[in-house]
Design a protein around this ligand. Structure first.
Ligand SMILES: [Zn+2]
Ligand SMILES: [Zn+2]
Length: 355
């Protein structure tokens, strides 16, 4: 134990089942238990779901029994204390954290299929997360970050694993023509990882998404269609030609689902990864007639995490374009506002910078 586990720390919390978030002082995490570590958080990303939780949309009412709660499920940092029984890790190790942990006791877990666990619990969703200087995490959830990678960028591993899972669910491979709907972090990651998987063409669609398109342009994407601009629809139709092989819906908007389904070729695949504030209406008759497939995706398998950490370590400059804001935790309210106004691409909160 090297950290002091007395006193309090600043944390961004959801206090109760109503709109808003609270920046408040909470006790430091207790000494880590069996198979746990304390992580000193280097960075924690503000996710679209944090914005939904702040607004308190129906998709997140399931959090109610877990409140009050420190949010932050996209984080990285360094091991600062090690609990009994932990081997293979030392203080100072840089890590990314898989926030979602299998229960260990359900039929899928007992059958050695933890990825199919139906009772997962996640840091920052069900338990205190990374919008604080320190967080307690089960050692099973750690991924080592290579020394060459700035630990701050490790906070991109979680959303990139979501993107990677969507690319995998769509079966993206060499030569595929891919449409990404929603140029936010998940869409950006999907575009990058689809290109990495060999896609011949990646077209990204948004609506009033200037700052996010700027990040994509910096990462070398030039087929960017803003449907809010005059001629956007026509441009998309032209780029679609006979239809895309795969559409990744990462916008969480009813209109984007429609655009995805109508832009696919016959027997094309739509991957649903966006979270919708309200359930969208979907033209399933068209899905039937055009023999489309809709596949859901939400979370990366361990192998996908390993893959995205490798990708981050190989091309850190490329991925760093995803981050437009790095802000201290005590500016969290402003960060949430910027997020709501869609002026940002990824916003990272740096708890260590707040002191
Ligand atoms: Zn997230
Ligand atoms: Zn389970």
């Amino acid at each position: 134990m090297t950290m002091q586990n007395e006193g309090t720390m600043l944390a961004l919390r959801k206090a109760g089942p109503n709109p808003g978030l609270e920046l408040s002082r909470v006790p430091m995490p207790a000494a880590p238990g069996e198979d746990e570590v304390i992580i000193e958080v280097a960075a924690a990303g503000v996710c679209g779901s944090d914005l939904h939780i702040e607004e308190w949309t129906s998709a997140y009412e399931f959090l109610t029994p877990h409140l009050p709660l420190t949010l932050g499920h996209e984080f990285s940092g360094r091991v600062s204390a090690i609990g009994p029984g932990v081997t293979g890790w030392k203080i100072g190790d840089a890590v990314a954290v898989k926030p979602s942990k299998a229960c260990g006791g359900c039929p899928a877990c007992r059958d050695s299929r933890p990825d199919d666990c139906s009772r997962r619990a996640a840091l920052g969703i069900h338990k205190d997360g990374g919008f604080a200087p320190y967080v307690c995490a089960p050692v099973s959830q750690l991924l080592p970050l290579p020394d060459t990678l700035d630990p701050v960028l490790g906070a991109l591993a979680e959303p990139l694993a979501v993107s990677g899972a969507a690319v995998e669910a769509g079966g993206v491979g060499p030569g595929d023509r891919v449409l990404v709907l929603g140029p936010g972090t998940i869409g950006q990651g999907a575009a990058l990882l689809a290109r990495r998987a060999g896609a011949a063409e990646v077209v990204i669609v948004g609506v009033n998404d200037g700052p996010r398109f700027a990040a994509l342009a910096a990462m070398g994407f030039d087929k960017l269609v803003d449907l809010a601009e005059p001629g956007g629809k026509e441009r998309l139709a032209e780029l679609a030609g006979d239809g895309f092989d795969i559409a990744i819906e990462a916008a969480g908007a009813e209109a984007a689902v429609k655009t995805a389904l109508t832009s696919l070729r016959l027997k094309g695949v739509m991957v649903a990864v966006g979270i919708h504030p309200e359930p969208p209406r979907t033209d399933l008759t068209m899905v039937a007639r055009r023999q489309l497939q809709i596949r859901g995706s939400a979370r990366g398998r361990h192998e996908v995490w390993v893959d995205v950490v490798n990708a981050l370590a190989t091309e850190p400059e490329l991925f760093s374009h995803m981050v437009t804001h790095r802000m201290p935790l005590n500016q969290a309210a402003e960060a949430i506002e910027i997020g709501h106004r869609r002026e940002a691409s990824k916003i990272l909160l740096l708890p260590g910078a707040s002191a």
